[in-house]
Design a protein around this ligand. Structure first.
Ligand SMILES: [Zn+2]
Length: 204
């Protein structure tokens, strides 16, 4: 059992298609019995004796972007870009945060927010109008997994300053960060502009 009541329950090898080439990852499954949340950590290679910092991505689940290839957000692009960078690194970890759908408001509420955005409301105000948090994501589980994997210091793949602050709060040192670029489409231009102007994301 680790902090935040997540426990590591199983591990296996998982080959992934990375840019057309099979690459092997170790997959660790974690589960929290209440309320039944699960998450998965993919580890590329193992820590070495030189103390190489792991290149880490905390990926917030997005069924529409990650699984269906939606162009309304940049999640699918960021997931693929992060996996490519991690697979090319000497040591990397991707934690797929399945409870983070819709920045933590869930799939149905995300679709409700999309429907409001169709009327011209931006992604922040849509959540507010629906009485939902602008960002309800909790990184305690991600930090607990990093501690469990023996990775208290990381190079973080992110454009989101809140992820850096959250990891610091949970005792993970972000020694370096790498921005994820690209992924802009005619359909997500406004969404990315709002991330930059109202959620203080770097670049874009
Ligand atoms: Zn998305």
């Amino acid at each position: 059992m680790i902090a935040n009541e997540y426990s590591r329950v199983a591990q296996t090898t998982l080959p992934l298609d990375i840019d057309g080439t099979p690459r092997s990852f170790l997959a660790y499954a974690y589960r929290r019995d209440q309320p039944g949340d699960e998450l998965i950590a993919l580890v590329h290679r193992a820590p070495d004796s030189q103390g190489t910092l792991p290149t880490v991505r905390l990926h917030s689940a997005c069924v529409t972007g990650d699984a269906l290839g939606s162009l309304r957000c940049d999640c699918g692009h960021q997931l693929n870009a992060a996996l490519s960078i991690i697979a090319a690194s000497n040591y990397g970890i991707l934690i797929y945060l399945s409870t983070h759908e819709g920045r933590g408001i869930g799939l149905s509420n995300k679709i409700r927010a999309y429907a409001l955005q169709d009327t011209g409301v931006d992604t922040v105000d849509a959540n507010v109008e629906l009485g939902l948090a602008i960002d309800a994501r909790d990184y305690a589980g991600a930090a607990a997994v990093l501690h469990d994997l023996g990775a208290p210091s990381v190079r973080l793949l992110t454009n989101n300053p809140e992820k850096v602050r959250a990891l610091h709060r949970f005792g993970i040192a972000v020694e370096d960060r790498i921005l994820l670029t690209g992924g802009e489409t005619p359909f997500n231009h406004q969404y990315l502009a709002t991330k930059r102007s109202r959620m203080n994301h770097w670049l874009l």
